[in-house]
Design a protein around this ligand. Sequence first.
Ligand code: SAM
Length: 270
Amino acid sequence: MSARKFQFYIVPTPIGNIKDITLRAIEVLKEVDFIACEDTRTTQKLLNHYDIRTKCISYHKYNERERVSFFLNELREGKTIALVSDAGTPMICDPGGVIIEELLKNGFSVTSLPGACAVTTFLSSIPRQSEEFTFIGFIPRSEKQIIDVVKRHADFNMVFYDSPERILNTLNIIKSVRSNAKVALARELSKLFEEVVFDDISEVLKHFGGEIKGEIVCMIYAAENSEDMDWEFKISALKSKGFKDKEVATILSTLYSVNKNEIYKKSIDM
Ligand code: SAM
């Protein structure tokens, strides 16, 4: 039985170790009529390694719209196309969303191959008691936006990408509102200097000192009951809606099974 033929393939490529590519991905990249990629030079290195001779066409967020009509025409002529990004899974913080929407609207069949992705590699390498997580892509850059996103996602394990130049500053900003937060941080997954650390935010900052190198994925664990910021945030949210200290204490102690008097004391101190 031969495999079902699709017209457009989403193909993950390695995030570090060049061997992290599936047999099916190699087969598809060899068989399609051309490969749409972010940076032809980056993808060409991978193709050379696997002796894949398929032609590459550049496709990135700046020419995404204009390429769509070209792809649609090629597909109408019966051609097959694979989309790759520089590393990992296309559309996970990489371009591709516009073309997929258009292809589906125009009735073409699209299939996505499973494969390397920094988020999933990270999540399967750190301790977690809950399956729940929020992936926010690249964390915003400004202090205000970082604080805002951290507060909004305080109840979930919040996973994000950040650059090595910014991550320590990002963590310091997060520490200013969640001083006891637990953090998991991985750098250079699947590469020579791969490192995964898991600790209190202060310890993680201490561990890296003033510098961190490589590609980063990070997770701020969901706030635990003892975290001050979490309570301050919740208390002030309720107070801003007009709830009195006693009501705040009743609501939060009921919802989170915490000591009512402690919440009451915090509330009157705020
Ligand atoms: N599409 C990719 C994926 O599937 O993970 C992500 C592309 S995004 C433009 C690049 C970011 O992913 C990097 O800045 C870094 O935060 C993260 N990343 C990619 N490779 C990584 C690796 N080997 N280790 C840790 N993080 C990585």
